[in-house]
Design a protein around this ligand. Sequence first.
Ligand SMILES: *Cc1c(COP(=O)(O)O)cnc(C)c1O
Length: 386
Amino acid sequence: MKYYHPLLLTPGPTPVPEQILHATQLPMVGHRSSDFESIAEEAFRALKPIFGAKNDVIILTSSGTSSLEASMLNLANPEDDIVIIVSGAFGNRFKQIAESYYENVHIFEVEWGKAVNVPDFIDFLKSLNRQVTAVYSQYCETSTAVLHPVNELGHALKNYDPSIFYVVDGVSCIGAVDVDLERDQIDVLISGSQKAIMLPPGLAFVAYNDRAKARFAEVTTPRFYLDLNKYLKSQAEHSTPFTPNVSLFRGVNAYAQLVNEEGFEQVIRRHYAIRDALRQALTALDLNLLVDEAYASPTVTAFIPNSKEELNYIKTELKKRFAITIAGGQGHLKGEILRIGHMGQISPFDILQVVSALEILLTEYRNQSYIGTAITQYTEVIKAYV
Ligand SMILES: *Cc1c(COP(=O)(O)O)cnc(C)c1O
């Protein structure tokens, strides 16, 4: 049977809506022209409510990792102490960047699949007995599908020492969660284009408060392309310091329009409804969930097949027979878990397809009928939403 509509359910890149694709294909304009200035002005401003930021959001033409790197080079001086919460592959990425530039890097390890325990983390900070400049955490740790308690962490951190800069990597959830820099006590919030913001890959975003902005100007760590002061200076003139990805800037504006049409609160609700329904469905398929309900991300769900062979069967057959792409695990969870991304322009009924396909595949593989069981559970949850 041939499927004509491939379904991309990886936790980035995500399917790009028609309207965004169209916007990115419009004829090129000069990046030093008034045409681009009006595109850029709109894009910087359009992202503010998505990031819960008062200042215009910086847009870098580079992948999400560049914003992780920029958030270090522009906040920490070479001799500063910085702390990184590592709970998965992307925490590790922060660690690798930090260790490329800094001597005094402290790592707080969290078991993969768990969320950071805030009181334990504050005890760890105290035990360091150092003046810490900045703390780095993921919001959603994509590799494990955990959503960290970013608000609780922000408050505890600022209560402990208000001078610490709190940096949050929201690459895999901004656009699908309720966030507010001031309320959540975040100084710098970063993201990328190809996940919940549903653009093609190629842009990175940096939201910041006034205190962080002042700090960017003081820090002496060498940097060139990622010197955020250059971007701030250009931004004031509705421009960028280097040639921007003009097409994707247009995509940002098309994205903002789609969010406005649906309503941002509704977008968030949709992501959580899909999360809840999918977790029910996977449980009905006798698949274990990696993450407790309290910390389950609304953008990606990780589950544990009964064996490595079953895992490979699911992943390969979904792709081969149903044209559905899901993701495996990363690091030591490779071969242990599968991850279904459900962020961006994903409807409850898109996910119904993977639930239905899983029923068929597990019925075959386990020689036990699951037909109708998971979709019933799924639809029971979704009906309250639609
Ligand atoms: C995808 C991702 C990144 C890296 O983004 P790239 O665009 O691949 O550089 C960083 N952090 C998190 C949490 C991610 O999910």
